[in-house]
Design a protein around this ligand. Structure first.
Ligand code: ADP
Length: 601
């Protein structure tokens, strides 16, 4: 990678989120500096006027000019300040939105990829906990602007001082004082360069530790129930005590090193520079090169000038240190979606005739050595009720995800109405499925939006479906009906839901979409057996001519299905109706059925 290439690219991208921000910030910096230098300049003029014993009128005039100037400059600065704050708000929102959109827009296999998840998490942590990445880049850009503007002002005014000094007689003392000042400034610069690198390395070390601390405090939050039963707090306390001892030691060591190697020498050089600045300015004042009031302004200019140059010297180190975080940030944006999107339109069929065939399909997860699915051959007939059963990890959910094109087969192909499903327009293909996955997600928005997945809803239909899925009683207790917000994240009047209630809403949402395929991946896990039996009966009726696939652990629910697929270790080991499968006493289904029958007898 070319030197600072990530910084340049990241800056261009970041700036584009609100191109107004940096020019506005630059303008604000100019006004901030005008305010500072004008103040100093006017104070010096007033003291000079006093020391010359000028008339009161001139003094009044100067004071009035100072006050008017300050009022005007400060007012302009205040207006600019507001604009800068607003521009920053827009910039940060758009940047966060771009990051979020990139995440949501990734192919499903990439969102699920543990390396990519880890990458995203690291970017988040570095940005929000350690302020590296784009936050650091913005701070550095602001610092650079502050320094450059400051430098321009102080150098200009410093030039004025030099020209006055040049007009005064030159002596050995002035030469010595100038040499001493130059030496202390140069020493300060050199030291700052070295100290800056050391500080960066120290903070880098602490930063790594802070990330760990943050992960620990988030990952170690005990659940209310487990904490009471297993006294998890004791384990956590022990762990944290040990971690905190280590943390304190590293922190104090770092602080100690920074104090010895950075703070103390820095203070000495600062003291020397300020001391020689005073001596030179006072010496030339005594020689009559400039009036006494100018002492205050020239000492301040000198201080600012050296401070600016020293800060400027820090900037390459800051950029260099942040480069790797920006490279990670950009690498996330560079992840390419490689899933074939297809272009073939999915026919809009009122008869819902979509026949799907799995031809020798095998699938292996990225980074996994073993196949999650092996040689699946299957015809899904339109309108049938299919049950998928099998032990945990036998491949049922993976099978559904391949069917819905969330993953692509590693081997083999899936055909729908004569074409490989890859050929169909991806969005249109997804639109023929309604799935209630185990990790379904409801949003903290009104119930109606959740059911319809849209800004508006058909009230009668939504209400009817909520009744059908068993949510009716709770629904009737809600005075705001479909307008009732779910959860309290954004509305204090929001309702909390039990696992079973949330699942009933998710079922209603799946039915509301009215798609040719409806798939329930253990939809009733959070429901009691009576509610489950009711739902299956009703579902069968509501599903009508749709192709329905149930994944269930409770085999009793599969009895009504036209066909049952038994998965075992990634393969379909049996197919048939409940009666057919039970007749095979050596089969997996027979074994599972009898294992469960003990509990349901
Ligand atoms: P089931 O739904 O029958 O419980 P799954 O389809 O979820 O089974 O899982 C099948 C196999 O694939 C299991 O061995 C599981 O550990 C593995 N697996 C599931 N999801 C992933 C994933 N995202 N990455 C890697 N392996 C996975």
């Amino acid at each position: 990678m070319k030197k600072h290439s990530a910084t340049k690219r990241a800056f261009r991208q970041y700036r584009s989120y609100n191109p107004k921000y940096f020019p506005l910030y630059f303008l604000k910096t100019i006004f901030k500096n005008i305010s500072f230098y004008f103040n100093l300049w006017m104070t010096a003029e007033i003291i000079n006027s006093l020391s010359r014993g000028q008339e009161k009128r001139e003094l009044y005039f100067l004071a009035a000019a100072a006050l008017t100037g300050i009022l005007l400059i400060r007012s302009a600065a205040a207006v600019l300040d507001r604009q800068v704050e607003t521009a920053l708000e827009i910039l940060e929102n758009r940047q966060a939105e771009a990051f979020y959109r990139k995440t949501l827009g990734l192919d499903y296999d990439k969102i699920e990829n543990p390396d990519i998840r880890q990458m995203r998490r690291k970017i988040d942590e570095n940005q929000f906990i350690n302020s590296y990445g784009v936050v650091n880049m913005r701070n550095t850009a602001e610092l650079l602007m502050d320094c450059l503007v400051n430098l321009a002002f102080s150098a200009f005014l410093f030039g004025e001082m030099l020209s006055l000094m040049a007009a005064a007689p030159f002596s050995r003392t002035s030469l010595l004082l100038l040499a001493a000042l130059t030496a202390s400034v140069a020493g300060g610069f050199l030291f700052r360069l070295r100290g800056g690198q050391k500080t960066a390395a120290f903070w880098d070390n602490i930063g790594k530790h802070m990330l760990k601390e943050n992960r620990l405090s988030r990952g170690f939050f005990p659940s209310g129930t487990d904490n009471r039963i297993y006294r998890q707090q004791l384990t956590i306390d022990r762990f944290f005590r040990k971690f905190n001892q280590e943390h304190r030691k590293i922190f104090m060591d770092t602080q100690h090193k920074i104090f010895c190697f950075v703070t103390v020498p820095g203070t000495v050089f600062f003291w020397l520079t300020t001391g020689f600045s005073y001596l030179i300015v006072c010496y030339y004042c005594a020689l009559g090169a400039f009036p006494v009031g100018s002492i205050i302004k020239y000492v301040s200019y000198l201080g600012r000038l050296t401070e600016c140059i020293q800060t400027l010297l820090d900037i390459p180190g800051r950029i260099w240190q942040n480069e790797k975080f920006l490279a990670d940030y950009l690498a996330f944006f560079d992840i390419k979606n490689d899933m074939y999107q297809g272009s073939l339109a999915v026919e809009k069929r009122s008869d819902r005739q979509f026949d799907i065939t799995f031809r020798n399909v095998s699938f292996r997860y990225a980074g996994s050595r073993s196949f999650a699915l092996r040689n699946i051959n299957l015809d899904l007939r339109s309108g049938e009720r299919l049950a998928v059963v099998g032990m945990n990890g036998s491949g049922k959910t993976t099978f559904i995800k391949l069917l819905c094109r969330l993953y692509e087969p590693t081997e083999g192909e899936i055909i729908m109405n004569d074409f490989n499903i890859r050929k169909y327009d991806y969005r249109q293909y997804l639109d023929i499925f309604s799935v209630v996955f185990q990790d379904y997600n409801l949003l903290a928005v009104p119930l109606g939006n959740n059911v319809s997945c849209s800004a508006s809803w058909d009230e009668e239909r939504a209400r009817g479906l909520l009744e059908e899925t068993g949510f009716g009683k709770r629904y009737r207790e809600m005075p705001r009906g479909l307008e009732t917000p779910i959860y309290k994240d954004f509305d204090a009047d929001g309702v909390e839901l039990s696992g079973g209630e949330a699942q009933k809403i998710a079922l209603a949402r799946a039915l509301y979409r009215d798609t040719p395929f409806i798939i329930l991946d253990e939809p009733t896990a959070a429901l009691d057996p009576i509610a489950e039996a009711e739902i299956y009966e009703k579902f069968d009726r509501i599903a009508g001519d749709r192709t329905t696939i149930y994944i269930s652990h409770r085999l009793s629910s599969c009895r009504l299905c036209d066909r049952i697929l038994v998965f075992h270790e990634g393969r379909i080991v049996q197919t048939g109706t409940h009666q057919e499968l039970l007749a095979d006493e050596t089969g997996k289904y027979y074994e599972m059925w009898h294992a469960q029958a003990q509990y349901y007898a």
